[in-house]
Ligand binder design. Sequence first.
Ligand code: NAD
Length: 303
Amino acid sequence: MGLLEDKVVVVTGAGGGIGRGIALLLASEGASVVVNDLGASVHGEGASASAAGKVVDEIRAAGGNAVANGDSVASWESAQRIIGQALDTYGRIDGVVNNAGILRDRFFFKMDPDEWRAVIDVHLNGTFYMSRAAAPHLRAQQSGAYVHMTSTSGLIGGMGQANYAAAKMGIAGLSRSISIDMAQARVRSNCIAPFAFSRMIGAIPVKDEAQAARVETLKKMDPAMVAPLAVYLLTDAAADVTGQVFAVRANEIFLMSQSRPLRSVHRPEGWTPQSVADHAIPALRANFYGPDMSKDVFSWDPI
Ligand code: NAD
């Protein structure tokens, strides 16, 4: 018996990379899977139905249940169609994995509004549309789970990724909010910041030697290594796990949820701009965010 027998899960952007790994593992644990993928380029151009179809063929060849969907997550109408396909084909929906994504990297001071909008549309708006389209069904059955892909680019920072970082940080906030609003309906929502060598990572321009070294490290990280945590979060075994942000880096799983102040300073007499400068900032500075933190996410150690 698999851990997800009788469950129906939609995985977006599952025609390759991390989404494909999640779809395959879900099916091997007994879930029926709607494999969604627009089959677009890494920048979000074009479309091809074959991406999702190939993964469906793989799942069926291994004895699993899956159907392909080639819609874009970036519109409310097509998100409703994707969820509708799960209901029409399998009669229910138990989980949504918001994984579809594109990149349009450019330094912030050069980024044009179209590059901003395209990335926000797929990642942040797509995650909202898909989650919202499934919500009434999950609420009615009083069960279900969302898993959303966020990124250290948003949680920590990433050069040339203002659009992507904003979308991914937005997804972390959206997930937390869903976890609160849907708690009474016993619907859970969690995020994963993955590390994996995929087409998307291969598309990031390598600017210096340090970055080239990071790409070499990433090459050892098979996208399938993200799947066990994602699949676990969709099982009933994760019934009390919600509102969390995890990261998966090869064989490490990190907890990234940050919900408490790092440090505080208090003055009973209140503050003036000068006393902020003299007392508050020196006390808080030790915990300041610095651009160095985004330079090498491979150097973090578990605390
Ligand atoms: P990928 O490019 O292999 O996969 C993304 C998939 O999404 C592609 O197959 C693409 O066709 C599909 N897609 C794009 N736009 C779509 C749309 N509008 N509708 C439906 N499908 C669409 O990249 P990946 O690395 O597997 O990325 C998966 C997720 O993980 C993304 O959300 C990405 O931002 C996130 N992520 C990846 C890494 C990493 O190290 N690979 C790091 C942080 C976050």
